[in-house]
Design a protein around this ligand. Structure first.
Ligand SMILES: Cc1cc2nc3c(=O)[nH]c(=O)nc-3n(C[C@H](O)[C@H](O)[C@H](O)COP(=O)(O)OP(=O)(O)OC[C@H]3O[C@@H](n4cnc5c(N)ncnc54)[C@H](O)[C@@H]3O)c2cc1C
Length: 499
């Protein structure tokens, strides 16, 4: 069987938001570089980046309570919230650059303004929310945040949540209007459509099965054409493993020492979706609650307005669950085959430590639709079974690694692993994920192209004016960026009519 062979400067494995972002950044910086993409599915953005596989929250730490932690002395540590907000501002600037340069036509096809809210019940939680509000609202990054524990005000903000609610319990919320709903699937597709016009060689239905180092330090990939079964060999000087849940296996195949002692733990997700226009019309926000005791941070319940394909709907969840697959389209053997001699001790240590998490996830999988409705009714007291359907969300593969906190520690963030010589990089982990794709890909570039990054800096600053600068410490620049990105991305026009 004839076998195709190519040589490129860069190979991107996977056609999700991460490869889309890295490819677009590189094409702006070095248009002459040859880039090839291999994606095993038939289209871009079909796994975690797909709009129905994630919650579409533009994570800027405006509403996610797990990014602000109460300290033993009662104060609230907001350092993680600041970091995530700053990273989201980087994405907003790059997306604005793409719109201004006409690389993306209609920003409202992928980003919509939507208030971000946190809501809690019970005296203890209300006290925490107030303290959190006081800590954040003094910071320029969180300007415009409001707090209320007044039921009349809350009725105005979140009527669906407040209707028919017994008012003998303390309840409070914060609201900030500069939040967003992002359709990462649409954005991924827009970026790949653009890359196609820049002669990027995009190969769908091509699965990367193996890789090895060549004598000149490049990487040779063994790629299988999913339709014909033929095996191809493709080489590149730099490889980005953007396989989402598939990245860990590919990293292990690379054999780089930096990929050892790392494991993955899959967590599946289920959302409930409401398409009843009467119910949908009564809600206009992303409302994040507090995770239940014992629940992992990725299962914080939230009730979100979503804008997908010009249609407004409501999403509630995610309910976490256990499945051994690393991708939605993955194999039941993914978890077992990810255990290698190099990470078995790390995995065993995590297994012993995380028994309660596994138990929690299995309990979540067993929930009936009526039991899920009970959780939804904590948000919408009069939610009706017939208005809500279940949708299976994407898989998250949480990284397990050895840290100063101990062997086999479960991580909830995003991790970039690079070879010492910068010839290969892999992206592992999930949250805050897609929202911070631009920041994370800039990190990959800094680590992997240390010789070029200085030369690229002026162009990077043109695309991302705050590059290398703390916005929190530069409120004037922050103000300028807020105003210009809101205008370019159409986030100041609040009265867009959606069915
Ligand atoms: C339930 C859930 C909710 C989330 N909510 C949010 C949110 O609200 N906001 C947010 O910012 N982020 C959210 N995330 C995280 C976000 O979705 C991910 O961080 C992001 O989509 C990851 O993008 P990616 O490009 O790395 O992976 P993916 O989009 O999964 O793309 C990886 C691609 O690689 C392909 N691939 C894998 N292996 C191979 C191989 N061997 N050969 C060829 N191709 C391969 C896959 O088919 C896939 O298309 C959520 C995730 C989940 C699961």
């Amino acid at each position: 069987m004839s076998s195709r062979e190519t040589k490129a400067d860069v190979i991107l494995i996977g056609a999700g938001i991460m490869s889309a972002t890295l490819g677009t950044l590189l094409k702006e910086l070095v248009p002459e570089w040859e880039i090839t993409v291999f994606e095993k599915l038939a289209n871009a953005g079909e796994e975690s980046s797909n709009e129905w596989n994630n919650a579409g929250t533009g994570h800027a730490a405006l509403c996610e309570l797990n990014y602000t932690v109460e300290q033993p002395d009662g104060s609230v540590d907001i350092s993680k919230a600041i970091k995530i907000n700053e990273q989201f501002q980087v994405s907003m600037q790059f997306w604005s650059y793409l719109v201004n340069s006409k690389l993306i036509k209609n920003p409202q096809d992928f980003i919509m303004p939507l208030p971000h809210m946190s809501m809690v019940q019970g005296d203890k939680n209300v006290t925490f929310l107030k303290k959190r509000f006081e800590a954040l609202s003094n910071n320029p990054l969180f300007q415009g945040m409001e707090f209320s524990d007044d039921s009349a005000k809350l009725m105005e903000w979140i009527p669906l949540v407040m209707q028919d609610r017994p008012l003998n319990e303390a309840i409070a919320a914060t609201k900030i209007d500069s939040g967003t709903d992002v359709n990462f699937g649409a954005l991924t597709n827009m970026l790949f459509d653009h890359l196609k016009t820049k002669n990027v060689d995009i190969n769908f239905k091509h699965s990367v099965d193996n890789m090895k180092r060549t004598s000149d330090g490049s990487w040779e990939l063994k790629v299988r054409n999913v339709d014909s079964g033929s095996v191809e060999r493709h080489t590149a000087k730099f490889v980005f493993i953007g396989g989402g849940g598939g990245s860990l296996h590919l990293l292990q195949k690379s054999g780089i020492p930096e990929g050892k002692n790392i494991g993955g733990f899959p967590v599946s997700g289920i959302f409930m979706v409401c398409n009843n226009p009467e119910v949908v019309a009564q809600h206009h926000a992303k409302v994040y609650g507090k995770a239940k005791v014992g629940a992992p941070p990725m299962s914080v319940p939230h009730l979100d307005t979503r804008f997908i394909d010009n249609k407004k709907s409501l999403l509630f969840g995610p309910f976490a669950g256990f499945s051994p697959k690393f991708l939605k389209t993955g194999s039941m053997l993914d978890l077992v085959t990810s255990v290698k001699p190099s990470n078995v001790l790390t995995m065993l240590a995590a297994g012993a430590k995380e028994m309660s998490l596994t138990k929690y996830l299995i309990q979540q999988v067993m929930l009936s639709k009526e039991q899920r409705m009970e959780e939804l009714r904590e948000f919408i007291p009069n939610a009706k079974l017939e208005d809500w359907d279940l949708v299976v969300a994407g898989q998250r593969v949480q990284v397990i690694k050895d840290t100063p906190e101990g062997k086999g520690t479960l991580q909830f963030g995003t991790e970039v692993i690079t070879a010492a010589d910068g010839s290969i990089a892999a992206l592992l982990g999930a949250s805050p994920g897609a929202s911070t794709a631009v920041h994370v890909m800039l990190e990959v570039m800094k680590k992997c192209f240390p010789q070029q990054i200085e030369e690229w800096e002026p162009k990077i600053k043109e695309m991302i004016p705050s590059y290398g600068v703390s916005l929190m410490e530069n409120p004037e620049l922050l103000q300028e960026i807020h105003t210009s990105t809101a205008e370019t991305l159409g986030l100041s026009q609040k009265e867009l009519v959606y069915s």
